[in-house]
Design a protein around this ligand. Structure first.
Ligand code: NZQ
Ligand code: ZN
Length: 393
């Protein structure tokens, strides 16, 4: 097992009724709050009104309309409010897009320059996190089980003009507190529930397929994967099933708070950098892109060196007969992964999304360059990425 530091200081308030603690949560930071949210789901489900009522003693400013695949323009707008109004704390109420946008706002507020320049600097390995020196404190109320953004320091922002979707992180962006009430995920539509389930599984698989052994992390990962496999179909059928929503929500948080990666060396991810190109070019739902790519990538990279990890995955996660030939187990595991996502109603080909191969070369070049795919589980060249994308057609 590799050395690691594990220090995730987000205070998690999980379960029914935890929202009532919101005033006490925000109070230590000050009275001026920037409330951020997306396209209106929190208003439709009554959460907006409840939050506003709880914040009656605070001075609340608002930034709504944050898009899925949040745009840099929203970051600029939020940072402007924070600077002009001297905001004490940002309260993000929504899914990963709202939380990610709020993280970028928190940092851009104190950055001397435009937000996109900041994001690109942090994403550049030569400059990195040093570009972020200060951030407005952030608290969140999560409404969608997917990204883990509620308990990690990462953010992903899109620039549709330059066709870029860039991830960056800083410990200063870790939410101070996140309120996770599964009841606020009851209204998540089936397609987003499915995409969220894929995203959770993908965050685990990105580090599970890793060259260095880490038994604890493997067992935690397998347990979380089985949790999603158990409960995603239940939540699809019964959107108001509390146990299903609760287990998905907590699995999503644990999948990307560092727990599944602790003790593993060499953690360059493979599928996310390629998916971010699909989202950047076509603005598709993150989880859909991941579902398309993952089984094709698995088939593309499977070989003598890595087959044992696929066997472990097949036997421990999908319950495939361990006495079978190892390549047969691996192939069955990959098929099971694909069929599971298909069964959740995810479109599993690019053609279904109306996407052809015209931008594959550019997307692949970008994924290799900005996603550091040369250091991935199995290093990928531009040609490899194009071949994988073609398998998705
Ligand atoms: O915008 P509103 O109206 O709120 O509707 C949203 C949106 O349309 C809706 N929704 C959310 N909660 C709902 C709900 N609808 C009904 N009831 C509810 N309770 O769902 C749609 C998608 O929301 P979004 O926030 O975009 O989804 P998600 O949480 O999957 O976030 C996706 C973004 O996060 C990034 C992705 O790339 C993408 O941009 N990621 C962030 C990561 C991180 N910070 O660690 C890691 C991930 O790998 C990912 O890259
Ligand atoms: Zn993801």
């Amino acid at each position: 097992m590799d050395n690691f530091q594990f220090n995730v200081g987000t205070n998690i308030l999980f379960g029914k009724g935890q929202l009532e603690k919101l005033p006490a949560v925000l109070e230590p930071f000050g009275k001026k709050v920037l409330l951020t949210y997306g396209g209106g789901s929190i208003k439709r489900m009554g959460l907006y009104d409840r939050v506003k009522a709880l914040l009656a003693d605070f001075e609340v400013f608002e930034l709504g309309g944050i898009d899925p695949n949040p745009r840099v323009e929203s970051v600029e707008a939020g940072a402007k409010i924070c600077r002009e109004q001297q905001i004490d704390v940002i309260l993000a109420v929504g899914g990963g897009s709202t939380i990610d946008c709020s993280k970028a706002i928190a940092a851009a507020t104190f950055y001397d320059g435009d937000a996109w320049e900041m994001i690109k600097k942090v994403n550049n390995p030569m400059i990195g996190r040093a570009a972020i020196t200060k951030a407005v404190p952030l608290c969140t109320v999560l409404t969608l089980a997917a990204t883990g953004s509620e308990m990690n320091s990462g953010s992903v922002i899109s620039n549709l003009q330059t066709k870029e979707k860039v991830g960056f992180s800083s410990p200063l962006l870790l939410p101070k507190c996140s309120i996770l009430d599964p009841e606020y995920t009851f209204t998540v539509p089936a397609n987003q529930t499915a995409a969220g389930a894929v995203d959770i599984m993908s965050h685990i698989l990105e580090v599970y397929f890793n060259p260095s052994p880490a038994y604890v992390a493997d067992k935690i990962s397998e347990g979380l994967l089985k949790t999603v496999i158990e409960y995603a179909p239940v939540a699809m059928k019964e959107p108001e099933n509390y146990e299903a929503r609760a287990n998905l929500m907590w699995a999503g948080t644990l999948a990307l708070n560092g727990l599944c990666a602790a003790g593993r060396a060499g953690q360059a991810w493979t599928i996310h950098p390629i998916e971010h190109e699909l989202s950047a070019y076509y603005d598709i739902t993150h989880g859909v892109g991941l579902a398309l790519l993952t089984p094709r990538w698995m088939r593309y990279v499977l070989d003598d060196q890595n087959v044992e990890q696929f066997v472990k995955y097949g036997v421990n996660v999908w319950g495939i007969d361990a006495s079978l030939d190892k390549f047969e187990i691996a192939k069955k595991a990959i098929d099971a992964t694909e069929q599971f996502w298909k069964g959740l109603g995810i479109p599993m080909t690019l053609s279904e999304l109306g996407i052809g191969e015209e931008n594959f070369a550019a997307m692949a070049a970008n994924a290799v360059q900005s996603g550091w795919l040369q250091y991935a589980y199995k290093p990928l060249s531009q040609e490899d990425v194009v071949a994988i994308l073609k398998m998705c057609l």
